[in-house]
Design a protein around this ligand. Sequence first.
Ligand code: ADP
Ligand code: 5GP
Length: 190
Amino acid sequence: METKEGKIIIIVAPSGSGKSTLIEKVKEDFKNLEWSVSFTTRPQRAGEVDGVAYNFIPKEEFITRKDQDEFLEWAMVHQNYYGTSKKFVESKLAEGINILFDLDVQGVDSFKEYFADKAKAIFIAPPSIEALKDRLLSRGTDNLEVINVRLENARLELLRKDDYDYCVVNDDIDRAYDELKAVIKEILES
Ligand code: ADP
Ligand code: 5GP
C-alpha cells in the first residue's frame, strides 16, 4: 500500500501576535503534527533551547548551507537569516508525517510556489497594531529599536492577511486557540 503524503500546515503572523503562544498549545495537543525546526542566525533568547526552538547557527554557516542548497526556502527577517531544512521536510512528507511550520510571509510565498495548494497557510492577526505594540513591550524580549522594526513589518504583513487560506484573530487567547484547533483538524482530516 502506498503511504499517504504528510500534510503541510504553516502558521504566519506579525511578530507579537501571539503566534508562539498558540504554536506551543498546538504542539502539546497535536501529537500527529511534527514541528519543523528552522535554522537561524538570530541570537538565542532566554529560555530557548538550541535544536528545539531553532537550530542556532553563525551567519557563515548559514551562508555555506544556503550555497549548498540545503534550504527549501530561506529569508532575511528582522535583519537575521531563517531557513527551512529541505532534507527534513522531504523525508518526513514521504513517510506520511504531517509537519507544522512557522514562517514569515516570504517563506509562505516560497512554499506556495513549491507546494501550491498542498501547503495550507493560517494567518494569526492581532486585534490591532496598538495591541501588538503592548504585547511586544510586555513580553520584554526586544529593545525599542527592534520593536519598532517589527511594528513596521507588521503593518505591511497585515495588508496581506486575506491572501492566506485561513485567518484567526488572536483577541482572546482561549477563543483564538479553539478556532485555530478547529482549522487544523479540518486540514488534517481533508
Ligand atoms: P509572537 O510569537 O507572535 O511574536 P508571542 O506568543 O510571544 O508572540 O506573544 C507576544 C506576547 O503577547 C507574549 O507576552 C504573550 O504572552 C502575549 N499574548 C499572546 N496572546 C495574547 C492574547 N490573546 N492576549 C494578550 N496577550 C497575549
Ligand atoms: P522570531 O525571531 O520572532 O522567532 O521569528 C521571526 C520571524 O521569522 C517570524 O515571522 C517567523 O515566522 C519567521 N521564521 C521562523 N523560521 C523561519 C523559516 O525557516 N523561514 C522563514 N522564511 N521564516 C521563518
